[in-house]
Ligand binder design. Structure first.
Ligand code: NAD
Ligand code: MG
Length: 388
């Protein structure tokens, strides 16, 4: 490849999701400013959208996790040059497409782990939205990043903010990370009130429009727990060096406090297109069509301490992060199962934390797991949780 060629060739894992579709909007926004080619797209099952994306962005590869749907997409795209692939092998092929320089990891949940690991092994830079991968396999993931000398750029808004704020000092001068949380739709409620909340209420996030799983994680505050562990791996800090600060307006996306007690923060209106664009253009900044913060209109910003008692998922995640080994893997898998059950109306809101806590109590952890042991633990937890 020509060294001077700074075209961004990117494969998008989970191109049909909330992050994936916004990433393609960023590709459109950057037209004329940055040369970008979409080399691969993939998703779980939405073949109509994949067809539209393939026709517009002309990727070399398109993959669908669902094998039967892949056959249908193949027929739909028969008149194009895009090759259609199926199943996990298809996702891996998109993640390792030879011309891709960067892979946006935005499949939701554990399903994103194996394709992302393959991308790293093939020397692709990673723009990481999928926090579950780092939570479940942080040590192995970070070792692979180092071993293959690739860049890891955070897409989660808080971690992008921390990454940007870190540029205000040296690593050794960092005192702590202040991870902001909106508090979600149930901020201020007690367990007694949370007992009867419904799926429709949990899906109404005050500031962000996101996929269903992360929206429920935001309502239980598990999302913030996952993000504490994500920050630990991304920035090489201890779990106790990450302080969660509830900030209802989601304007400050996170902050870093340095040893002289100076705090550097990143602010912008809540839009995932900001962190996605920064991951795509880093180390440069490029113009964005997004609206800017109008402080006069905003008026005030509010801050609170998190409620670890009523939002037990946050405490459980911190506990898992401190324990290490496969404990975060168990916590993450149980949470994925529980959130799925809650979304299907099979369990109540507070049962999510119960299921996570029970799985963490009952499953014997492995201290320094291999990738295979992590995959096996994830499978085992999913099976056990079905019988709770
Ligand atoms: P989403 O549900 O909107 O999209 C998920 C994508 O993954 C879709 O393309 C779907 O087809 C695909 N997918 C799901 N299961 C799959 C499987 N088994 N195999 C292959 N593809 C599969 O989710 P989202 O909100 O875009 O979130 C994606 C990831 O980004 C999550 O890990 C989430 O925590 C993280 N994230 C999202 C946001 C946000 O604003 N949406 C913010 C920060 C981080
Ligand atoms: Mg976030």
């Amino acid at each position: 490849m020509n060294k001077k060629d700074d075209k961004l060739r990117i494969s998008i894992l989970g191109s049909t999701g909330s992050i994936g579709t916004q990433a393609l909007e960023v590709v459109d926004d950057l037209k004329g400013v940055k040369d970008i080619e979409v080399t691969g797209i993939c998703g779980g099952s939405n073949i109509r959208l994949l067809e539209q994306q393939a026709r517009k962005y002309r990727p070399r590869l398109a993959a669908v996790a669902d094998e039967k749907k892949a056959g249908e997409l193949k027929t739909l795209l028969a008149d194009t040059a895009t090759k259609v692939l199926a199943g996990e092998d298809g996702l891996i092929a998109v993640a390792t497409e030879p011309s891709a320089r960067m892979v946006l990891s935005s499949i939701v949940g554990f399903a994103g782990l194996v394709p992302t690991m393959h991308a790293i092994e093939q020397g692709k830079d990673i723009a990481l939205a999928n926090k579950e991968t780092l939570v479940t396999a942080g040590s192995i993931f970070m070792d692979a990043i180092k071993e293959h000398g690739v860049r890891l750029l955070p897409v989660d808004s808080e971690h992008s903010a921390i990454f940007q704020s870190m540029q205000g000092g040296r690593r050794g001068e960092v005192k702590k990370i202040l991870l902001t949380a909106s508090g979600g739709p149930f901020f201020g409620m007690t367990e007694g009130e949370l007992k009867n909340v419904k799926k429709a209420d949990a899906l109404k996030h005050p500031n962000w429009s996101m996929g269903a799983k992360i929206t429920i994680d935001s309502a239980t505050m598990m999302n913030k727990g996952l993000e504490v562990i994500e920050a630990k791996w991304l920035f090489g800090v201890g779990i106790d060096d990450v302080e969660v600060v509830v900030h209802r307006e989601s304007i400050i996306h996170s902050m870093v406090e340095f040893c002289d007690k100076s705090i550097i923060a990143q602010l912008s209106l809540p839009s995932m297109k900001h962190p996605i664009q920064y991951a795509f253009t880093y180390p440069e900044r490029m113009p964005s069509p997004d609206k800017e913060v109008d402080f006069g209109e905003l008026g005030s910003m509010t801050f609170f301490r998190p409620d670890y008692e009523n939002f037990r998922c946050l405490s459980l995640a911190k506990e898992a992060g401190l324990a290490g080994g496969t404990v975060p893997t168990v916590m993450n898998a149980a949470n994925e199962v529980a959130v799925g059950m809650f979304l299907r109306g099979e369990i109540g809101f507070l049962d999510i934390a119960d299921m996570v806590g029970r799985a963490m109590d009952e499953i014997k952890p492995i201290k320094e797991p291999t990738l295979e042991e992590i995959i096996e633990t994830d499978r085992e937890v999913r099976e056990i949780c079905q019988h709770f």
